[in-house]
Structures are given as C-alpha cells and as structure tokens.
Design a protein around this ligand. Structure first.
Ligand code: AMP
Ligand code: ZN
Length: 473
C-alpha cells in the first residue's frame, strides 16, 4: 500500500515497524460542543484506513484522543456556570454518539489529556533535563532552536518563522508574556489562572499545553515511534511540528514514520464558520440525512482533496448509495426466498469468478493512498455486474456469494448493506397484511387507505411477482 507522506511529500510504500501490525494515532476533537461536519472527515477517512488495514490482515492499534482541557472548554464552562469537566464529559458522550451514527468504530484507546497528567509532567522533566525546555515564572517553554530539525514536517525554514513572529512578538510583550528566550519557543506547561482546572507540578499548579498531550499519549499507547500519525491539514503547523520537536527531543527516536493529513471540508465552497452562518454539526446534518449517506459522501473524494459539502452533493450521494442498497436487497430477497436451487447451478461458478476484477480494482484504488473515490467506482461496477447476473432464477448459493463480496467491500468503507429490521417493520408488515386481506375482500377503498397511510409514514409499496415489497422513501 502506498501512502502520501507529508514529511517527504511523496507517495511511499507502507512498511510497518513490526510485520503484521500497525499503530495509528489520530488527533481527536476538542470537546467543548457538538462536533461539526468538518471534524467528521478525519474520523471517517481514518476509520476507513483502519478498516482497510484490517481487511489486509493487519492487527491495528488505533489511538485517538479527546482534548479535554483547553481554553475553549474553560470559556464554555464559565458561560454555562459549570465545572470544566462537566462540559468535556458531556461532549465526549455526544461525540461518541455521533461516531456511532457514522459507523466510526471506537478507537482501541481514546485517551483524555486530563487523565495523563503525570506522564506529561515526566516528559516536561525529561525535556528540561536535556536542556530542550526551561521554566520562567511557572511557565515551561520548549526551546525550539535546540531542535535542529524544527520545520521538517511543514517544510518551513526556522529563520523565516522567526521573522514572521516579529509583529506577534510585539503583541506578546504587550500581553505580558515576554519571558520567552526566543519568540519561536512554545508552551509545554502553563501556570494556573483563577477558576481554571489545574494540577500540581514541579513548576507550580498549572495545566499542560495542547501539543504535549499527543506526544505523551501516542508514546504511552503505541510506542516511542509510531507507524502513522494523522489529522486534518490545519494541524501540520504548528501542532504536529511541535509534537515532533517535543517527542524526538525527549525520546531520541523518530516520532512517526508516515504523516497523513486530510483536506478540508467546505460548505457551498466557503470556509465553514459560525459567523458566516454555514456551520453545521454532525447532529444537525444527521437529523436531515441518513448518517450512512453522510459517511458515503465523505468517501466520495480522496481524503487529501478539498471536499465541498452542499445539499445537491448530499442528495447525489443518497441516490448513489441507494443503488448499492437496492442491489443488496435484491440478493437478500433471493437468499431468503430462492426461486430455484439452493446450491450452485451450472455456469454459476464462472459468475462468482467474474467478481475478481472488481475486487482487484477496489484494492488497487485503496492501495493508492486510500483513493476511496476510485474504490467506490469499483463497488459501482460490481453492483452493475451483480444486477446483470442476478436474474430471478439464480441459486441461493450464488446470491449468497455475491452478497458476501459486496458486503466485504462496503464494510471496508464502513457502509452497512444489511437491511435494518426495526420495530417499524412489524407495524408495516401488519398493515400490508391487512391491505392484502382488504384486496381479497374487494374492499379497494380500505386497501388504498392503507397504502396512503403507509406513504404518509414514508413507506412506499411495490407489488411484485414475489409479493408486496416496501421501502423507505
Ligand atoms: P479540532 O477539534 O478543531 O482540534 O479538530 C479535530 C479534527 O478535525 C482535526 O483533525 C482537524 O484538523 C479536523 N478538522 C477541523 N475542521 C475541519 C474541516 N473543515 N475539514 C476537515 N477537517 C477538519
Ligand atoms: Zn494532536
């Protein structure tokens, strides 16, 4: 499998540190509100990466944090007049619900910054001992120039950064934070302010800086060197650059071998922002559209491309997904109610063989830096093939084989093709039965009434050779 590595700016063949295993760390959300639709993109694409590694037989250790101590959380806690952890715990719960709706599997570990403070203090201590960090009045700074490779991920030159910081430095002096040795130095530990959450440390009560948590938690839950580090492209600088500096300076080993960054999601071709009024939470979108459609939409583009979110595009995704689900349902019906043989009939083994090129195409696309757009095209080709080959008289065994292939590929994408049986099903089935009875009794007025009632419930009936079928509209 080839992965575009932000570090080298090239597609590289993926080679795991330990054969058969892969450790992936994905920067997770800051939990001060419901996650927005942009946050869902890294969740969905890197969950798909994880699923694809598993499909290829890897054992995946997937770690993604919740940033649960941060200025935005504190601000929200003050506004709501509750302790900071009430806000973070509430939105971690809500985030987990959204992830579940989007079929994003829980990570192997979801560490939280506030639960890893002792390890963070330990890393800061190591950095101070190694002269990569220093303390000034309760604040600990990383000595950026002590790390010669600074800028290697974002491909920035440290001297250009320095000059870019001049104006900012002036402002910093105004705000009283003028104790840094160098404007490029960044905070590892900040002292307590009244009313803020804090922990005891050798430098007084305070809290960790944001970058530090990912360095510490990835080391603890994956190891000193991790296979893949991922997140949105906005994190390349300074967040990931600073993570590299801290980790490599403290551990003396390479931090991450492959860096993957997803492109941004825009709304109607504009940056999503609260002030423009085009800011949507996952919760809002999922009330309007099936979360599966949202997931499918996210995978309609390769993860590094920018992706535009609009009503029109979501509807297009809904219709495309429908084609896959309809094909799966047709197979499902044959499996449950085969019109002819149970086992394979003459010539059907060849039909099963015929799916191989579509699987190969799917894998080739995924192997090419997780090109889900092309992988989805391969699934459509498979669907077309299935529709062509599944006449009503195919055997149950053939239908089952084709279903299995479709299910295996869509499962890598996190799309569920199995029809959900819910409590509504029973009510619908009862009404359909009643309608059939009414028709038998030639009570067509009642039969029509039931059809209209179901329509109002969002259920459409279709009379087929095999009986009445229904679907949600
Ligand atoms: P945050 O809570 O802002 O730290 O973001 C959590 C994750 O969502 C990070 O990996 C961000 O890069 C990513 N992210 C935020 N906004 C967008 C967006 N509009 N499109 C894609 N990814 C985003
Ligand atoms: Zn991070």
């Amino acid at each position: 499998m080839k992965i575009f590595n932000t570090l080298t700016r090239r597609k590289e063949e993926f080679k795991p540190i330990t054969p058969g295993k892969v450790g992936i760390y994905v920067c997770g959300p800051t939990v001060y509100d419901y996650i927005h639709i942009g946050n869902a993109r890294p969740m969905i694409v890197f969950d798909t990466l994880r699923r694809y590694f598993e499909y290829k037989g890897y054992e995946v250790n997937y770690v993604s944090n919740f940033t649960d101590v941060d200025d935005k959380i504190i601000k929200r806690a003050i506004a709501d007049n509750v302790p900071s952890e009430v806000i973070s715990e509430r939105y971690i719960e809500e985030c987990r619900k959204d992830m579940k709706a989007l079929n994003v599997r829980p990570a192997t570990t979801h560490p939280q910054a506030t639960k890893e403070i002792p390890d963070m203090i330990e890393m800061v201590n190591t950095l101070i001992e190694k002269k990569h960090a220093y303390e000034k009045n309760g604040t600990v700074y990383f000595r950026t120039r002590s790390f010669p490779d600074y800028g290697k991920l974002s491909h920035k030159n440290i001297d250009d950064l320095e000059s870019g910081h001049r104006d900012e430095a002036h402002q910093l002096k105004v705000s009283g934070e003028d104790e840094k040795e160098d404007n490029l130095d960044f905070v590892l530990w900040k002292p307590k302010k009244e009313g803020e959450p804090s922990w005891g440390s050798p430098w007084g009560d305070g809290r960790p800086g944001w970058h530090l948590e990912c360095s510490v938690m990835s080391k603890k839950y994956i190891g000193g060197t991790i296979d893949i580090h991922a997140g949105g492209e906005d994190l390349i600088f300074p967040h990931h650059e600073n993570e590299i500096a801290q980790s490599e300076a403290a551990n003396g080993t390479e931090f991450a071998r492959y860096w993957m960054h997803n492109g941004f999601l825009k709304i109607d071709n504009e940056k999503m922002s609260k002030s423009l009024g085009n800011f949507f939470t996952v919760r809002e979108i999922c009330e309007k559209y099936d979360p599966q459609v949202v997931r499918f939409f996210m995978l309609s583009a390769q993860y590094r491309s920018p992706l535009n979110f609009s009503e029109e595009l979501i509807i297009a995704s809904k219709n495309s997904l429908e084609r896959i689900l309809t094909s799966a349902e047709k197979l499902h019906d044959i499996i449950n109610n085969p019109a002819s043989a149970e086992s394979l009939k003459d010539g059907e083994a060849e039909i099963i063989d015929g799916v191989k090129p579509f699987i190969a195409k799917f894998e080739e696309a995924m192997d090419d830096d997780l090109n889900t757009a092309d992988a989805v095209s391969a699934v459509f080709e498979l669907v077309k093939y299935i529709n062509l080959k599944t006449t009503a008289d195919v055997s149950k065994a053939l239908a089952a084989e084709l279903y299995k292939t479709l299910e295996t590929l869509t499962d890598v994408l996190g799309i569920i093709i199995e029809k959900k049986e819910d409590s509504l099903d029973e009510e619908v089935e009862k009404l359909i039965e009643e309608r059939q009875q009414a028709r038998k009794n030639k009570d067509f007025a009642r039969a029509d009434e039931i059809r209209d009632k179901l329509l109002a419930m969002g259920i459409e009936l279709k009379d087929t050779r095999e009986g009445v079928k229904w679907k949600r509209i």
